[in-house]
Design a protein around this ligand. Structure first.
Ligand code: ADP
Ligand code: MG
Length: 378
């Protein structure tokens, strides 16, 4: 049902687990919907011919084109199958690595379906957290973990905290800052502590419900905003005292289709340009990374600024490029596939484990020893 390179499942699993050197790219194609089928739409993706991780796009108007990806999911692949290849990242995050999973593509190609999913058919966000908690349970005698979740949105180059109730939103201006270790974060963002999957589901639902609030057109809003989940993991190894602190970003990007600039003016024009800005800045960052340019323009947009740690090198990054099979969407499909191919070509440095510094560790051990000595005296 889903097509991979000649390598076996196990090999792909390990590849995602040690994810380094490159950004991995998975391609997922949605099925034709009822209307398209009724209208007799023709498919431009040849899944019969898909093999060795190679996807073939054919049509009457352009010549045949092929693209290589790390995994290709046909319209029949279900959420569990898609997640199987994503799951190893959960282990990495618990091992102390930063990771980032993002969905890119034209509006209506299944970005939200892949990341958020539906209540019956949950997506990568929920499943990744479920996998985190499964492993935490497995490791409970060796490592103590703390998990918290933030949900935010970037719309019109403004950051909105989706875990804050509507009336409180906009009260504080959220900005991206760098902490002492040079990591990027958003001070003031709500961090919901989650201890189990019920609490996770609660937080995800709150975020999802807040997304469209206050917008006149919910569909347009969701197609033009970036919805971002940040999962923060603190781990303390009870056996050797090692402490890790890592982050997982889960991102449902705005639609990649170019917005027609002709009819909009004034406020709306500014908004349109801003909305384009984060995605076109992402494109610029990708290009600069691909050509190993000395200056990578991360700061040109909120999105790229936030993702600097993830795209900048020491993280494990996975991108879903979502496409439509419909011939009518061919030009956007080709744009997305070309973009995804460029992303796949980027070489990142080796992923770096996020461990507390040796000094801090020694200090903690000293404190621990002090406590122990006190106890022994009693
Ligand atoms: P996007 O977020 O990219 O705009 P959506 O996730 O909202 O797209 O998907 C558009 C529609 O297509 C939704 O109704 C969604 O349920 C459906 N859909 C997308 N991908 C799939 C899939 N792989 N299988 C079944 N339905 C899908
Ligand atoms: Mg969407």
């Amino acid at each position: 049902k889903f097509i991979k390179g000649a390598k076996e499942q196990k090999e792909l699993y390990n590849k995602v687990l040690d994810l380094k050197g490159n950004i991995r790219v998975f391609c997922r194609c949605r099925p034709l919907n009822v209307e398209e089928t009724a209208a007799g739409a023709s498919m431009t993706i040849d899944f019969e011919a898909a093999k060795d991780g190679e996807l073939t796009v054919k049509s009457n108007v352009t010549s045949k084109k092929t693209f290589k990806f790390d995994a290709i999911f046909s319209p029949q692949a279900n959420q569990a199958e898609v997640f199987e290849d994503t799951a190893p990242l959960a282990t990495s995050v618990l091992d102390g690595y930063n990771a980032c999973i993002f969905a890119y593509g034209q509006t209506g190609t299944g970005k939200t379906f892949t990341m958020e999913g539906t209540e019956e058919s949950r997506g990568v966000n929920y499943r990744t957290l479920e996998e985190l908690f499964r492993i935490i349970e497995e490791r409970k005698n060796a490592v103590r973990y703390e998990i918290s979740v933030s949900v935010l949105e970037v719309y019109n180059e403004q950051i909105r905290d989706l875990l804050v109730s509507g009336s409180q939103q906009g009260v504080k201006r959220l900005e991206i800052k760098q902490d002492g270790e040079g990591m990027h974060h958003v001070p003031g963002l709500v961090e919901a502590h989650v201890n189990n999957m019920n609490e996770v589901w609660e937080a995800l639902r709150t975020g999802s419900n807040a997304r469209a609030v206050g917008s006149t057109n919910a569909n347009e809003h969701s197609s033009r905003s970036h919805c971002i989940h940040c999962v923060m993991v603190k781990g303390e190894n009870l056996l050797n005292g090692e402490c890790t602190r890592s982050k997982l970003w889960l991102i449902d990007l705005a639609g990649s289709e170019r917005i027609a600039k002709t009819e909009v003016q004034g406020e709306r024009l500014k908004e349109t340009q801003n909305i384009n800005r984060s995605l076109s800045a992402l494109g610029d960052v990708i290009s600069s990374l691909a050509t190993k340019s000395a200056h990578i323009p991360f700061r040109n947009s909120k999105l790229t600024h936030l993702l600097q740690d993830s795209l900048g090198g020491d993280s494990k990054t996975l991108m879903f490029v979502q496409i439509s099979p419909n011939e009518n969407d061919l030009s956007e499909t080709l744009c997305s596939l070309n973009f995804a191919s460029r992303v796949r070509g980027i070489e990142l440095g080796p992923a770096k484990k996020q461990v507390d510094s040796m000094e801090l560790l020694k200090y903690k051990q000293m404190v621990e020893k002090g406590k122990q000595d006190m106890k022994n005296k009693d």
